[in-house]
Design a protein around this ligand. Structure first.
Ligand code: HEC
Ligand code: HEC
Length: 164
């Protein structure tokens, strides 16, 4: 009986010790206001800061560094007068469709011609490069976008050695 009593109290002590160590090792809870990308209470209605897109006219800006080799280049100039792109009007094509300039190294301020890849239908195996822009490339803003000065919500340390 005495031994049983000793065993029970030993077990109880061991359980208590386990409980204390488990609670002291528990992860610290993240405060609710720090959880989302928008810092603050979920009951707040925050006003996003106003950001600006480049207002530099085509011909006056400089090409931007590419994120990685093969990445669609970002648009360095103002495009507010060229949108929307419709079936009837595509101002981007009007300026950039310059097959004769392809392969050169465009001087600063001159149009960068639309590359060969946009005249080749990559959905067809061994497709030949034609004279016409492939319709799948017609909506330029699907891939090419200007950059606003809004700070990144989440930091990004991605880097690629080969860019162009
Ligand atoms: C009035 C002529 C003109 C129009 C219209 C125009 N661009 Fe441009 N674009 C240029 C010139 C010139 C440059 C070279 C940079 C500079 O000098 O501004 C350029 C640069 C670019 C570049 C960078 C290329 C690189 O290699 O980094 C992209 C991408 C681009 N334009 C896409 C577009 C898209 C998409 C549209 C339509 C929404 C458009 N452009 C409308 C003249 C034009
Ligand atoms: C499906 C995505 C996509 C669409 C749509 C698209 N592009 Fe591109 N573009 C790319 C990619 C990817 C590159 C870089 C690789 C390459 O050169 O093919 C590029 C490269 C370019 C370049 C840089 C050429 C150079 O020599 O530096 C210009 C200029 C350009 N595109 C203009 C346009 C215009 C104008 C349109 C609309 C008529 C357009 N693109 C539509 C994906 C796209």
């Amino acid at each position: 009986m005495r031994n049983n009593f000793k065993l029970i109290s030993f077990n109880l002590l061991a359980c208590l010790a386990l409980l204390v160590s488990a609670t002291s090792h528990a992860a610290q809870p993240i405060p609710a206001n720090d959880m989302g990308l928008s810092k603050g209470s979920v009951f707040d209605v925050p006003e996003p800061k106003v950001s600006h897109y480049p207002s530099t006219a085509p011909g006056e800006s400089s090409v931007l560094p590419r994120a990685y080799l093969g990445a669609p280049p970002q648009i360095p100039h103002d495009i507010s007068d060229f949108l929307p792109i419709t079936a009837q009007t595509n101002m981007c094509v009007a300026c950039h469709n310059q097959p004769a300039l392809r392969g050169g190294n465009p001087a600063k301020g001159t149009v960068v011609p639309i590359p060969v890849s946009h005249y080749t239908d990559h959905r067809i195996p061994h497709a030949k490069t034609g004279d016409n822009l492939i319709n799948a490339r017609y909506n330029c803003n699907q891939c090419h976008v200007p950059q606003s000065d809004a700070p990144a919500l989440v930091g990004n340390s991605f880097s690629s050695k080969r860019k162009r």
